[in-house]
Design a protein around this ligand. Sequence first.
Ligand code: XLS
Ligand code: CA
Ligand code: CA
Length: 438
Amino acid sequence: MSKIFNIEKIKYEGPKSKNPLAFKYYDKDRVVMGKKMSEHLPFAMAWWHNLCAEGTDMFGRGVANKSFGKEYATMEHAKAKVDAGFEFMQKLGIEYFCFHDVDIVPEADDIKETNRRLDEISDYILEKMKETGIKCLWGTANMFSNPRFCNGAGSSNSAEVFAFACAQVKKALDITVKLGGKGYVFWGGREGYETLLNTDVKFEQENIAKLMKMAVKYGRSIGFTGDFYIEPKPKEPMKHQYDFDAATAIGFLRAHDLDKDFKMNIEANHATLAGHTFEHDLRISAINGMLGSIDANQGDYLLGWDTDEFPFDVYTATMCMYEVLKAGGLTGGFNFDAKNRRPSYTDEDMFIGYILGMDTFALGLIKAAELIEDGRIDEFKKERYSSYFNTEIGKKILSEDATLQEIAAYAEALGNAKLPGSGRQEMLESIVNSVLFN
Ligand code: XLS
Ligand code: CA
Ligand code: CA
């Protein structure tokens, strides 16, 4: 193994450990509800935050050094990032990675040269994958950084820019397939608008659907059998993003006949920006058969933007894992779309961030399994709807031949209805606390 990071392989030391460079809860072989933790939690490293981002913000330059000893924007640097990434994943026991095209090579002025670089780097990545057994969770095209995409990619007002979006999606699909990626993501990027005064929403949405349809057709023709994902986000960078939340994205996919090929990649921080909980968007995806993959991070309730923090909130991770277990697991995985805070700029911090995230989800998994095994929540929920199953009127309502007149006649004969059973939210919350802190 190369030696870019002066840090040993991270081991499980248990909850009492005070070693910041050890797992406290993520014990990969521990069996939870019949499956190993590592199978429940296929974790992935996000190339962009971990190997590229240096902590630049609106007010200041980077703080962390991600040169890995090479000159930025060179192929030597791109290769050093591959070395660093694989060493990092091996040391943490992470089995997958996710990437944008421009995370893995410096973008050239001419797309033909960028594509050549992508061929070169993907050969190198492939070698590392064979050597280590590490796999690709998903790939995507960055169609939001280059100035040409200032008005969006698939939704751009410029046909020429739309053509460049096609070229990037085509190449990113080629590379994803070459690396055996399980999925391909469309995050909206700048697919949205700032003002209706200059925007034809219908035309833009139809064009996005057109781009996606062509991508599905091409992807299938080159042997991509995985899922395409939409990753919803309500705002940022655009004021209005078309894929606002899971419900909106699912509606869009159905309207354009794309729902057979696509699932959702739900990011915690995006769900909360949409005014939902993380678990809300997971549930909406799951009940529609579209829970594919997860971008595991968390936002900050005091800030109105996408802070992409490492997940730390065990309540939320528990509710997430409850949804995932109930849905029978993910076809995708848990990508840490998370970055260290700007003042946490050392190599150690990179490792500690991932340890925090992996431990938080491991604890969430353990606690979600305990909640399910405890059974009180499920029993309560079943009882709460029982009048539909154990009363004549309930059975009638659920029957095929129910009519509005017949059901209305039942109500009129009764004259008035009893209050529905108590929701008992406080009792359920106290069950959650007693399971979390037993
Ligand atoms: C940005 C998104 C992005 C996608 C991939 O907010 O989270 O990083 O996951 O393009
Ligand atoms: Ca994301
Ligand atoms: Ca994000």
